[in-house]
Design a protein around this ligand. Structure first.
Ligand SMILES: Nc1ncnc2c1ncn2[C@@H]1O[C@H](COP(=O)(O)OP(=O)(O)OP(=O)(O)O)[C@@H](O)[C@H]1O
Ligand SMILES: [Mg+2]
Length: 361
């Protein structure tokens, strides 16, 4: 998973961070349970980039911010439990390719960010990722660099439009499309750690029902299946529901019907799929909404400027906002509540909380 070259010895970490070796061992001991909680178990003599980064943070908090061990522990525990359970993971997928998954992912992410959610897009199409193309960004690093242990997940995140962060996929690297168990476990842990920084993670998967897709569907709290009126797309969408249910994916499955001419047409498509899943799988998916077939979507794609930004009053932009309000309804009010009474424990003080919050995020 992480190559040996990207691991550092105790001596190297001391040189890199300026923390004495004995102090590193001390931090390891004091915060052993915290490392475990973050699934950053120390591997004895060697440290990876994430561990070094957390050790540096801890050291800074105790020296520059002059916090005691118990204050730092309090904050890590508090932030972890408060934030982790609030991140929502949504997978956008489809049976047939080219139906609009990436378009939907990027535009929903921007609509969510415009509603105040801290949003990340993970281009989980590891073989042919193109979220960077749609958003007009130049990736500095990709998920493949994270998997190779060259950079941390946080370092790999690119700044996208409307303040979204983007973890780019690995275009043209087909051998990683199906991650082995070890890679996947590592990636899952890394994504979970981002619960500190985001309210919402949207995953744009590859098309189809290969293991490489299902592995990401399993991580999702909600699964959005994009389908069009095309017969193959309808049949393949049924296949996605079947495989997701067989693979015991826990997320609720929603349907977003793209490239329709009318609402009625989209309801017809959804009813066809839904009656099949009810009959053969005893499962009823949710109807999430529809998007119209509109050349403006392709224009935005070509201009590398997502539709909700380039065409703020286009019919599909309004539909993206409707869908986002519906799909993320649960997390919007909770975020407001947290802002209002997020500091109700009285320890440590507000000023210290803000200082530590800045340090950790
Ligand atoms: N509602 C729409 N109206 C018109 N064109 C659309 C619409 N939605 C998507 N498209 C166009 O369809 C093409 C495929 O879209 P997109 O790349 O989002 O699909 P995808 O499902 O992610 O494809 P892949 O399976 O290759 O990852 C793009 O050229 C896009 O502009
Ligand atoms: Mg795509």
């Amino acid at each position: 998973m992480v190559s040996r070259e990207s691991l550092h010895s105790l001596h190297d970490v001391a040189l890199l961070t300026g923390i004495e070796e004995s102090k590193i061992r001390y931090l390891e001991n004091e915060f052993h349970d915290y490392f475990k909680l973050k699934q950053l178990d120390l591997r004895g003599s060697y440290f990876d980039a994430n561990q070094v980064s957390v050790l540096s943070q801890l050291h800074r908090l105790m020296t520059e911010q002059k916090l005691s061990v118990s204050e730092v522990r309090h904050f890590y525990g508090h932030l972890f439990s408060e934030r982790r359970k609030k991140v929502k993971m949504v997978a956008v997928t489809s049976g047939k390719g080219g139906v609009g998954k990436s378009t939907v992912t990027v535009n929903l992410a921007i609509a969510a960010a415009q509603r105040g959610l801290r949003t990340m897009v993970f281009d989980a199409d590891l073989g042919l990722g193109n979220v960077h193309v749609l958003t007009g960004i130049q990736p500095q690093g990709t998920v493949l660099d994270v998997l190779a242990g060259k950079i941390t997940m946080t370092q790999a995140l690119a700044e996208g439009p409307a303040n979204i962060k983007i973890l780019c996929g690995g275009a043209g690297v087909s051998e990683l499309a199906n991650l082995n168990r070890e890679y996947l476990a590592f990636l899952t842990r890394e994504l979970e750690r981002l619960a500190f920084e985001f309210d919402l993670i949207l995953m744009d998967t590859a098309a189809g029902i290969a293991d490489g897709v299902v592995q990401f569907l399993r991580l999702a709290d909600e699964i959005v299946v994009v389908a069009t009126p095309n017969v193959a797309s309808v049949l393949d969408a049924y296949g996605v529901v079947k495989v997701a249910r067989q693979a015991q994916c826990g997320g609720q499955i929603h349907f977003l019907i793209n490239q329709v001419d009318t609402l009625q047409q989209s309801l017809g498509v959804f009813n066809n799929i839904s009656s099949c899943t009810q009959r053969f799988l005893a499962y009823t998916p949710q109807y999430l909404g529809h998007l119209l077939r509109d050349p403006a979507v392709e224009q935005a794609y070509q201009a590398r400027r997502p539709l909700v930004l380039s065409h703020p009053t286009a019919p599909n932009t309004l539909l993206f906002h409707e869908v986002s309000a519906k799909l993320f309804a649960e997390i919007l009010p909770r975020k407001k509540r947290r802002n209002k009474d997020g500091n109700n424990q009285g320890f440590p003080s507000q000023a210290v909380q803000e200082r530590v919050g800045r340090e950790l995020c």
